[in-house]
Design a protein. Structure first.
Length: 87
């Protein structure tokens, strides 16, 4: 899987590009989310915060926001890029 090589910090744009297949599409998505400025090159404060996270941390953050449980309550599956509750 192409996205497996972009799992670390400071790879937000590269990872999304690998997931959607086009850098232009990735930039557009990040701009709509408010993570990238209109110039398409500069990250916003929110974008910098997401870029400083690994893929694992972002997945756990997404799951945590939707459920309100603690981050330690989740386990991460890198194959699916999902965080699920521990049993």
């Amino acid at each position: 899987m192409a996205t497996q090589k972009f799992m670390g910090r400071h790879q937000l744009i590269d990872r999304l590009t690998a997931q959607v297949g086009s850098r232009e599409t990735a930039v557009s998505i990040l701009q709509k989310r408010g993570h990238l400025n209109a110039d398409g090159k500069t990250l916003t404060k929110a974008g910098e915060a997401r870029d400083n996270m690994t893929a694992r941390e972002r997945a756990i953050d997404r799951a945590n926001k939707s459920s309100g449980k603690t981050p330690s309550a989740y386990k991460y599956d890198p194959r699916t890029n999902r965080a699920t509750l521990r049993k």
